[in-house]
Design a protein around this ligand. Structure first.
Ligand SMILES: NC(=O)c1ccc[n+]([C@@H]2O[C@H](COP(=O)([O-])OP(=O)(O)OC[C@H]3O[C@@H](n4cnc5c(N)ncnc54)[C@H](O)[C@@H]3O)[C@@H](O)[C@H]2O)c1
Length: 428
């Protein structure tokens, strides 16, 4: 009866859905539910600035338009910082940050804090889903173990894990064509979570248990980290060899089987690929397994900003460069997120050596690095300066690459934007 009630509410879209953490993952998820005509969506967010903006129909995430926020609000979306509302919810989805601690172990404090705030308001028959990326076993540690004394999981309370596969800024993929992974603490928990996600996602893939689902998310990101690590190592070798890594990748791509293209770059950024592999190296170490392969790719990827910086120093010295212009400071193209961005690592190195620079990023108007605030310069500034070296770190589509080529004396290209048949362009 209890279960039938919850499933009925989900199916007829009257279920009250609370999303905790309205950031890069939580906001698009709220929009997806709203687009499928769920009319009772509540965001629970600690950051008052975000709340204020959303109430005013403004987006705090550059690749999500304010138009979409307006539509969300018109569909009865509510936002609050008061956990009190959780007592009226049917479904609670946690989309909180899971960064690393200074010692590279997983920092689960956001989820722990949230559970403390939440627990007093929970009531029987709710479904709680964790969407954050976590180490294998975290849903049990942080949620199941906290609730199993009070409730019979699968009977009068439901717990699920479903990792987010959001690729911010990538317009090609959405809930329409990305399969949603789902797992539940019991078969019944899985059934109800599947019912929920099937009403939003076109394809849902159920795993037999939560740990496998947590691990799948990590596996996907580690796969990328390792392949990017290999591409980065090959780039260093190709640069020494005097051949163009991008030409080689394009040629290898013509093989119709057994090859997936991954591209080198100035280093990894964001909250997935640089961080998630360390959840596993941490877990493996704790369990006396040596995750050598994962650690090695992490090490290679991590040294890329220094490789770019050293190459930059040599070029600066050789050509007596006076002006340095960095293009793109977000961690990847077409978004405004600078978390863990390799551009920021490079800028820290410039600041440490007291080397002056400008930057241009159409998505990031201002950065603060080592307490120094720098504003994005207009690309037209290039016309005013002579003896300029451009460093392409993030290849946003909006940047005018032709203009950079015309106005800059030298270019360090870390993304393969330019053909290397030009004496003034260096791959790094
Ligand atoms: N960003 C991505 O592309 C992406 C993709 C897949 C998975 N993930 C994972 O999803 C999770 C969330 O990532 P994100 O990028 O959305 O993070 P985010 O920082 O963009 O958003 C988290 C939000 O939670 C809010 N918050 C923090 N503590 C809170 C609390 N106690 N109560 C309510 N709100 C609180 C923050 O103010 C913030 O707005 C992480 O585990 C991340 O690894 C992220």
């Amino acid at each position: 009866m209890i279960l039938k009630n919850l499933e009925r509410k989900i199916k007829n879209k009257t279920a009250r859905i609370g999303i905790i953490g309205i950031g890069y993952v939580g906001l698009p998820l709220a929009i997806s539910f709203s687009n499928k005509n769920f009319k009772n969506i509540i965001g629970i967010e600690k950051n008052k600035e975000i709340i204020k903006k959303l109430i005013k129909n403004q987006s705090h995430i550059s690749h999500i338009s304010s138009e979409k926020i307006k539509k969300l609000n018109n569909n009865n979306f509510k936002i609050t910082d008061n956990f009190n509302v959780t007592k009226i919810l049917d479904v609670i989805i946690i989309c909180l940050p899971t960064p690393l601690k200074k010692n590279s172990s997983p920092d689960m404090s956001f989820i722990k804090e949230c559970m403390k705030d939440l627990i007093k308001f929970l009531k029987p028959n709710q479904l709680i889903i964790l969407e954050s990326t976590v180490y294998p076993g975290a849903t049990d540690d942080l949620i199941v173990n906290k609730l199993k004394k009070k409730y019979t999981i699968g009977k009068n309370f439901f717990i699920a894990y479903s990792p987010e596969r959001e690729d911010p800024g990538n317009q090609k993929f959405s809930s329409k064509n990305v399969t949603k992974l789902v797992s539940g603490k019991t078969k019944i928990c899985l059934r109800v979570a599947k019912t929920l996600y099937s009403s939003v996602f076109n394809k849902v893939w159920a795993l037999s248990n939560i740990k496998s689902c947590e691990m799948t998310k990590l596996y996907e990101n580690i796969y990328r980290s390792i392949n990017i690590g290999m591409a980065n190592e090959m780039k260093l070798i190709c640069n020494k060899l005097g051949v163009d890594i991008y030409e080689i990748i394009e040629a290898a791509k013509t093989k119709p089987f057994g090859f997936n293209a991954f591209y080198p770059g100035p280093g990894l950024g964001g909250h997935c690929i640089p961080i998630d592999p360390l959840f596993i190296t941490w877990w493996a170490k704790k369990n006396k397994i040596n995750a050598e392969f994962i650690s090695l790719s992490h090490k290679i990827n991590k040294k890329m900003p220094s490789y770019v910086f050293n190459k930059f120093l040599k070029i600066k010295e050789k050509y007596k460069i006076k002006n340095i212009f960095i293009f793109g400071v977000a961690y990847k193209k077409n978004i405004d997120d600078i978390r863990e961005s390799p551009a920021i690592s490079l800028i820290e190195m410039l600041i440490k050596k007291k080397i002056k620079f400008r930057y241009h990023d159409p998505y990031v108007k201002r950065i603060k690095v080592k307490s120094i605030i720098v504003n994005s310069s207009k690309i037209s500034y290039l016309k005013k300066i002579k003896n300029c070296l451009a460093i392409i770190i993030t290849d946003h589509d909006k940047i005018n690459y032709k203009q950079i080529e015309t106005d800059c004396d030298y270019i360090i290209d870390t993304r393969g934007r330019y053909k290397k048949d030009n004496k003034k362009i260096f791959s790094a």
